[in-house]
Design a binder for this molecule. Structure first.
Ligand SMILES: Nc1ncnc2c1ncn2[C@@H]1O[C@H](COP(=O)(O)OP(=O)(O)OP(=O)(O)O)[C@@H](O)[C@H]1O
Length: 596
């Protein structure tokens, strides 16, 4: 029984997203340089062209125009080449950063308890869309503003040198178009942007739930409602996207308006200055066309500003995943501590184990002591919510104890990496995943080097070999279908057991291995499990009373504490949970005859 924990607040997601690019800093700096070069060449092209046209109109000797003609060509070529290289370099750097981020997200998820905090559809959205937002920020939100500051400053200085009022006007226009309009677009886009990432996650969750749950939804006639939920999520996202597009359009329009107004004002001021003799015709033409070209510098800014809130929200969701506390850490072991036993059977000892899912949560395990000597079989029995799966999580090294120890021949498992411990303690989890692949590949997952003889041996031990021979003409090459759809429930459990046996763990943990099976199949699978685990140190976690008489010892856990411990016969003979679970009253005075 599990429930998701609440998300935590992420502060400064935008800055943290930019910091993700630090390892690729040199490439991004090169991108900014190339971007500045391309933009400057674009402005230069128009300025020199203006000079060339205005000068040519006065019919100077052709040699006077030579340098300008070459400069025009050079600017034209530079602009194209530098823009291409800038795109190449910044996208390359952004994609490399994205790859790093994805690896970090996967690693963080792998080190956490199986991803319970996030719903699967929402998690997919975080991995894909929210991670992609990093690229948006790095490519469109980082380079253009830096280029605007550098090139914009230079262009204003040039214009001011030629015609002071024109330069000041251009400065005002650029501040308006490059700062005020983007800020306005950012303010307008804030509300829809904030909700977009969550809405995308909601749509993804609704879709995944509907697709996975389709058989149940159809069986209970609830498909219409589920489709309605998807449609509602889709409509909300469409509404937000439409609003986003409107903000983008408004931003671009305002930007064009500012550019046009600035050029017109420059033109009018310039005409007056030329008429008054304060300005020559050639610098006049240069100043006006430079002003026209200069707005190319700030044109991309409103679009990225409008998306900033959405990018910020995506960043917060991304860091919510990245900041997830790893559920297990490898503690520093003192040098004289024993390592994990090299080979042979080992004793598993649990002492004072306490685990809870948060500082304010109740203890899910509250001081468990348990011993599994080599070759013995013990059962941990308890009602739903008693802490059985939490115990399995600790043993599989998905979760660290908050207090107490778990040792293997004296070696504390928290002082060893999860992978090493799992080679030692392994088994059948509560819901084993069967991959949409062949029988062989599903089995060899546990031991990639295993040959067919070893695979068949594991199938024999799990009592699945006969079924395979009888019903699957393709043998180990049989495709088992998504989630093992072509197998019966019993076969799926046996396949999971065969996989666990193939891994050759030294301690076999079976977590509710017969939960979804009907009583007959359950008994048959349990018999086979018991036969297969003969000689193994086995820990069976169950809420079911079937076949417990075959266990060497039974631990009864209620509310995270061991309330009874002993053999089936001992426990039936004493007053308590075990007897009541068998539908028996208190034992008569003077002892009991063992039933069952
Ligand atoms: N991720 C979680 N966050 C918060 N509390 C949790 C989480 N997982 C389990 N718990 C709580 O810990 C306690 C023990 O749960 P656990 O799943 O270990 O019990 P269980 O005996 O395996 O139950 P079941 O047989 O229903 O799976 C319960 O009170 C449960 O609500």
């Amino acid at each position: 029984m599990t429930r998701p924990a609440s998300p935590h607040r992420v502060s400064r997601p935008l800055l943290r997203m930019v910091a993700l690019a630090r390892p690729r800093g040199v490439r991004f700096a090169l991108g900014v340089l190339l971007g500045a070069l391309a933009t400057a060449a674009g402005v230069g092209l128009l300025s020199v062209s203006a000079w060339l046209l205005a000068t040519a109109a006065t019919h100077p000797p052709i040699t006077a125009l030579g340098v300008a003609v070459v400069a025009t060509r050079a600017f034209g070529v530079t602009r194209g080449v530098a823009r291409y290289l800038e795109r190449l370099v910044t996208h390359d750097a952004a994609f490399r950063t994205l790859a790093d981020v994805r690896v970090r997200v996967y690693q963080r998820l792998a080190r956490s308890e199986p991803v319970r905090r996030f719903r699967s559809g929402d998690l997919v959205s975080r991995l894909v869309n929210d991670t992609d937002a990093t690229q948006d920020l790095l490519v469109r939100g980082l380079t253009p503003p830096l280029v605007a500051v550098v090139v914009g400053g230079a262009v204003v200085a040039l214009s001011t040198a030629l015609f002071v009022p024109g330069g000041l006007l251009l400065a005002a226009g650029l501040v308006l178009g490059g700062l005020a309009v983007p800020l306005f677009a950012a303010a307008l886009g804030r509300r829809s942007g904030r909700r977009q990432a969550a809405a995308r996650g909601e749509l993804s969750t609704a879709l995944v739930d509907t697709l996975y749950g389709a058989p149940d939804l159809v069986a209970y006639g609830a498909m219409e409602q589920a489709v309605l939920r998807v449609e509602r999520a889709d409509a909300e996202l469409t509404r937000l996207a439409r609003r986003d597009a409107a903000v983008l359009g408004l931003g671009s329009g305002a930007s064009a308006l500012v550019a046009g107004a600035t050029v017109w004002a420059t033109l009018l001021l310039g005409v007056a200055a030329v008429a008054g003799g304060a300005l020559d015709a050639v610098p006049f033409a240069v100043v006006v066309l430079t002003a026209l070209a200069a707005f190319e510098i700030v044109a991309p800014l409103p679009a990225v500003a409008a998306k900033l809130a959405a990018i910020r929200a995506s960043g917060a969701r991304l860091f919510d995943v990245l900041d997830t506390e790893p559920a297990v850490r490898v503690a520093e072991a003192p040098a004289d501590r024993p390592g994990l036993p090299e080979e042979g059977a080992a004793t598993l000892r649990v002492r004072g184990l306490r685990v809870r899912y948060g500082p304010d949560e109740p203890w899910a395990l509250d001081g468990i002591d348990l011993d599994l000597p080599p070759g013995r079989r013990i059962a941990v029995l308890g009602p739903s919510g008693s802490g059985k799966s939490t115990l399995a999580s600790v043993l599989f090294r998905f979760r660290d104890p908050d207090a107490g120890t778990v040792t293997l021949d004296g070696a504390d498992i928290t002082e060893h990496p999860a992978d090493e411990v799992r080679r030692f303690i392994s088994g059948v989890p509560q819901d084993p995943h069967i991959f949409a692949s062949t029988l062989r590949e599903n089995l060899r997952l546990a031991r990639p080097g295993a040959d067919d003889a070893q695979v068949w041996e594991a199938l024999e031990r799990a009592r699945l070999a006969e079924d395979v021979r009888a019903t699957m003409p393709d043998g180990l090459d049989t495709q088992v279908g998504a989630h093992g759809a072509r197998l019966s429930g019993g076969m799926r459990q046996r396949l999971a057991l065969a996989r666990a046996l193939l891994a050759q763990p030294r301690i076999l943990v079976l977590d509710e291995p017969t939960t979804h099976l009907d009583p007959d199949t359950r008994d048959a699978v349990l018999d086979d499990l018991l036969a297969a685990s003969e000689g193994y140190s086995t820990l069976l976690i169950t809420h079911d009373l079937a076949r417990l008489e075959h266990m060497d010892e039974i631990y009864v856990i209620v509310d995270g504490r061991v309330v009874q411990r002993g053999s089936h016969a001992d426990l039936l003979a004493e007053k308590g949970w075990y007897r009541r679970a068998h539908g028996l009253g208190d034992p008569p005075r003077g002892g009991l005859r063992v039933v069952r």
